[in-house]
Design a binder for this molecule. Structure first.
Ligand SMILES: [Zn+2]
Length: 231
């Protein structure tokens, strides 16, 4: 959809909700699918990911109705709610996921990953030790995260086949087996990837994942240590 048609959907949605605000839509290059809205003095400013331009019209209306009803606190009728539902379904679909993965990959071209030698050695050691992850076809890259996040101890990016480990785990009070456990968990993501539900939505920590996760030697000790010391 062209930007002007995209914006038109927002005007139409504003009309459906009986809003008389001036609506401005800015398209941004975000790393994930997101939108933000701001309302002041008869004006609504909306920022949204460029990827949303690829939505079909019905889903675009859903996106517009969802944002505008939230910011104006207007109730949606059943027809409008149906469009919002279709939009949300798209966001959780395999096609949306692939779209973003391709975009990420495109942006990463030419950028070098700052891998960490210590983490690389640990990763290789773990891959050798555990049969469950020894058959990963392509070894993911591994690095420390920029921030010392307590909420996200590790993450795996499927698009870039890369693991990022929270810097908080590099601190001396963290036992070795806890760091190894988090690396093991992320390597499992690299091996098992994601599953998509038919009705939309993806599963990351599915039954097989949980089962294989327990094969880590000090699984309970590591889980307990994290619960007691990090959360
Ligand atoms: Zn996980």
């Amino acid at each position: 959809m062209e930007e002007k048609d995209f914006e038109l959907c927002f005007y139409r949605a504003a009309g459906m909700l009986g809003l008389s605000d001036f609506v401005n839509v800015a398209i941004e290059d975000y790393a994930s699918l997101k939108t933000s809205a701001f309302r002041e003095g008869g004006k609504i400013e909306i920022k949204t990911s460029r990827e949303f331009l690829l939505l079909p019209e019905n889903e675009t209306m859903g996106l517009a109705l969802s944002i505008l009803s939230k910011i104006s606190r207007r109730q949606l009728g059943p027809n409008e709610l149906e469009k919002v539902k279709d939009f949300k379904k798209f966001c959780n679909s395999e096609s949306a996921f692939k779209l973003l993965a391709a975009k990420k990959l495109q942006r990463s071209i030419g950028k070098k990953v700052e891998e960490d030698e210590g983490l690389k050695a640990k990763r290789d050691e773990i891959m050798q030790k555990y049969e469950s992850i020894s058959q990963i076809s392509q070894t993911p890259t591994i690095k420390w995260s920029k921030s010392a996040s307590k909420r996200i101890l590790g993450s795996y990016c499927l698009a870039l086949n890369s693991i990022s480990i929270s810097r908080i785990l590099s601190r001396p009070f963290v036992p070795n087996f806890v760091l190894e456990y988090v690396i093991y968990h992320e390597l499992l993501h690299a091996k098992l990837q994601v599953k998509f539900r038919k009705e939309g939505g993806k599963k990351i920590h599915f039954a097989q994942f949980k089962e294989e996760e327990k094969k880590f030697e000090k699984f309970s000790e590591a889980e307990n240590w994290i619960k007691r010391n990090i959360f």
